[in-house]
Design a protein around this ligand. Structure first.
Ligand code: ADP
Ligand code: MG
Ligand code: ZN
Length: 433
């Protein structure tokens, strides 16, 4: 079986082997088909293949749920380039094309292998006859829920429409279900399995610790010139990277300052025209621009292996988001630097914004919720990451429910705890003045 799987991998996707043992194990478990499968692997680990390869090898159709039409379009285009019959039914599809797809799906042996839809579409009445028809004729091979953390209210990207997927899963009892997400904390993982009504799922989870990432925290208020400091960090990283800022103005300023100091940097945020945004992204992907200075809108679905650094000019809103954002560095396994520029002023500001957002949500719905508290707790974890005298890798691993890893000097605390202490002490003096 292993041999034929490898052959199929080569024939259909052009890959010489699995990206990891975990990827191979998932594919085998999915094909076996006797249990639901839960996959938690970081972005870029190759989760799509975990359902795409089984989909190609199965007789019927694999239904893939994904939250954004843009993400879906990328995948469908990619599969078509590989000559794999994939398409998407969504609200933006012209009626003619939609008709063609539905006709294929109603035929006795559809050509289609992968059908991508958004959760809104799953729930839409117009799609129900098609779904029921496929199910009754035994033509659904697998149900894959991508970006499955969207189902969890504890997660950082909750989408109410994902909640309906539990009902979908219940309607398709004989169809093995596969849920995929990038790294999620334990409580989110459990929430996903429960909400999607997975049955005794087999869990495949990448360990949180990534030994090639070097974490450090710099107290920005102690620096004579923060931009010069950032510039030195960028130079030392020897390669391209991302600087995350909270605001558009922040992006513009940092990009301008870095460029002035001699490193070509460009801003990326929602205030730019879509065309300009994708141009900046392309230039950065091709290495023509070394540094992209972006709001967190940048990064989802971006696949660049050789990112040498990720700097946070402002605090991330939770430790989970920070892990995901900083984790865009070093996907090729080579040493890469992750730095947070921290200030208590920034902390107060973000704290304020989070509480304001919670209040707004509560006023809208007229009541408080457990998840409101979670937003604050998750941010507090981010602050502790910066303010504790403890291995940064250990803090992250424990947050996600893993045991403390062997950091071996891959963080500022393990490299030199005295420096971390001195920085904290100086900052404390500063804040009492
Ligand atoms: P994820 O969904 O986990 O973020 P993707 O499925 O988007 O990751 O895959 C990331 C990249 O890895 C894609 O460019 C994909 O083509 C590539 N990839 C996946 N599996 C393999 C493999 N076995 N060998 C080489 N490249 C792979
Ligand atoms: Mg993915
Ligand atoms: Zn450490």
């Amino acid at each position: 079986m292993t041999k034929t799987l490898k052959q199929a991998l080569k024939t259909h996707f052009g890959f010489d082997g699995f990206r990891s043992k975990l990827q191979e194990d998932v594919v085998k478990a999915v094909i076996k088909g006797d249990r639901d499968v839960f996959v938690c692997m970081p972005t870029g680990a190759g989760k799509s293949l975990c359902y795409q390869l089984p989909a190609v090898l199965a007789n019927g159709i694999t239904l893939v749920i994904s939250p954004l039409i843009a993400l879906i379009q990328d995948q469908v285009d990619h599969l078509r380039e590989l000559n794999i019959a994939a398409c998407s039914i969504n609200s933006k599809l012209p009626a003619g094309e939609r008709r063609l797809i539905l006709t294929d799906l109603e035929s006795s042996s559809p050509r289609l292998k992968l059908l991508y839809i958004t959760p809104e579409m799953v729930a839409s009445p117009s799609f129900q006859p098609c779904l029921t028809g496929l199910c009754n004729r035994g033509l659904l091979s697998y149900l894959a829920v991508d970006e499955a953390h969207c189902v969890s209210q504890w997660g950082h990207d909750f989408r109410p429409d994902y909640l309906k997927l539990g009902l979908l899963r219940a309607r398709l009892p004989g169809v093995p279900c596969l849920a995929l997400t990038a790294t999620a904390p334990k409580n989110v993982q459990e929430d996903i399995m429960k909400s999607l009504q997975l049955r005794l799922p087999l869990s495949f989870v990448t360990p949180v610790f990534r030994s090639n990432l070097e974490y450090d925290v710099i107290f920005v208020e102690l620096l004579p010139n923060p931009y010069v400091h950032l510039h030195a960090f960028v130079k030392k990283a020897l390669g391209c990277g991302i600087v995350y800022c909270r605001t558009r103005e922040g992006c513009e300023t940092v990009a301008h300052q870095l460029t002035k100091l001699g490193v070509l940097a460009k801003a990326y945020h929602a205030g730019l025209k879509a065309g300009d945004r994708s141009e900046v992204q392309n230039e950065w992907m091709q290495g023509k621009v070394l540094v992209i200075v972006a709001t967190i809108s940048f990064g989802m679905g971006v696949d660049k292996a050789n990112v040498r650094f990720v700097a946070h000019w402002n605090l991330a809103k939770s430790l989970a988001s920070y892990y995901q954002e900083s984790g865009r560095a070093g996907r090729d396994g080579l040493p890469s630097a992750c730095r947070t520029y921290y200030s208590r002023k920034d902390k107060e500001q973000i704290n304020f914004l989070i509480r304001q957002e919670i209040r707004r949500r509560q006023e809208k719905r007229g009541s408080a919720k457990e998840t409101d508290k979670a937003a604050i707790t998750d941010f507090e974890a981010m602050v502790l990451f910066c303010e504790q005298e403890k291995c940064r890798h250990a803090i992250i691993s424990q947050f996600f429910g893993d045991k403390s890893p062997n950091c071996a000097g891959a963080c500022d605390f393990c490299r030199n705890p005295k420096v971390v202490r001195a920085q904290l002490e100086k900052a404390a003096v500063l804040s009492t003045r």
